[in-house]
Design a protein around this ligand. Structure first.
Ligand code: SAH
Length: 232
């Protein structure tokens, strides 16, 4: 059973986009995951295929209509579909590696991409949409956010990453940012690779990496450390 993503969007041409290339693209071709981009506009009922309207109470911009979006969601996710229904939204819970991992372990996701000022609150409530943010900034639409979320999920699916171990040592997987990396040449513009990394002593290397990771996390993301105790 492969991971199945359905994306509801006014711009289905944006998919698979970057996810058609590299690891995710190969996994899409080999059926490790599947992607359906659904045009929300196809569910509009009027002659002009209207999907948005002016905000109740006035103000700038347009709002995506609840009825049109609900029809699109019901089509994408009929009764019995166990996939979580997500709405990409700057007001959502910030996406974490933990949530990414949970999604990767599930049957897939139905992802709604907002446009304009956002979507009518009533469809969020009636269809039980989980609002997910990819950060404290405003995009012009949910599509790049959906691509970001799917990229993070797909690389965790079994068989996608060539070197399976590299998954668990990554930033955030253990509550720390990752240690710095080095490769050849041995010396670059007068900067050598740290001695310990060429010592061949794996215990020492592991300890050095751990210490570097803790130092970096303390400097850059003390909030991550607050959430998890350091090693003794
Ligand atoms: N008026 C809204 C922003 C609308 S941006 C507000 O102030 O909250 C238009 C659409 O882009 C949103 O509906 C959402 O789907 C998407 N979007 C924008 N920023 C996002 C973010 N940080 N994370 C996830 N989706 C985002």
């Amino acid at each position: 059973m492969s991971f199945s993503a359905s994306v509801l969007t006014l711009y289905p041409e944006m998919f698979p986009g970057a996810l058609g290339l590299s690891l995710a693209g190969r996994a899409l071709e080999t059926g490790i995951w599947s992607l359906k981009a659904i045009q929300i506009r196809d569910f509009a009922s009027d002659r002009h295929r209207t999907v948005d309207d002016t905000p109740a109470g006035g103000g700038a911009g347009m709002v995506m209509r609840a009825d049109v979006l609900a029809s699109a969601i019901d089509h994408a996710s009929p009764p019995g579909d166990l996939r979580p229904k997500l709405l990409m939204s700057p007001r959502g819970k910030p996406l974490t590696q933990r949530r990414v991992r949970e999604l990767a372990g599930g049957p897939g996701a139905v992802i709604v991409c907002g446009r304009f000022e956002g979507v009518d609150q009533r469809v969020i409530e009636s269809r039980g949409l989980e609002e997910v943010s990819i950060g404290d900034f405003i995009l012009s639409g949910g599509e790049p956010a959906a691509l970001v979320l799917l990229d993070a999920v797909v690389r965790l699916l079994p068989g996608v990453m060539g070197n399976a171990v590299s998954g668990d040592e990554e930033s955030f997987e253990n509550g720390l940012l990752e240690h710095p990396h080095y490769t050849r040449p041995q010396e670059f513009e007068g900067r050598p690779i740290p001695e310990v990394l060429i010592s061949g002593n794996h215990k020492k290397i592991a300890a050095w990496r751990r210490a570097e990771a803790e130092k970096l996390t303390k400097e850059r993301r003390p909030d991550l450390l607050a959430a998890q105790p350091l090693s003794k």
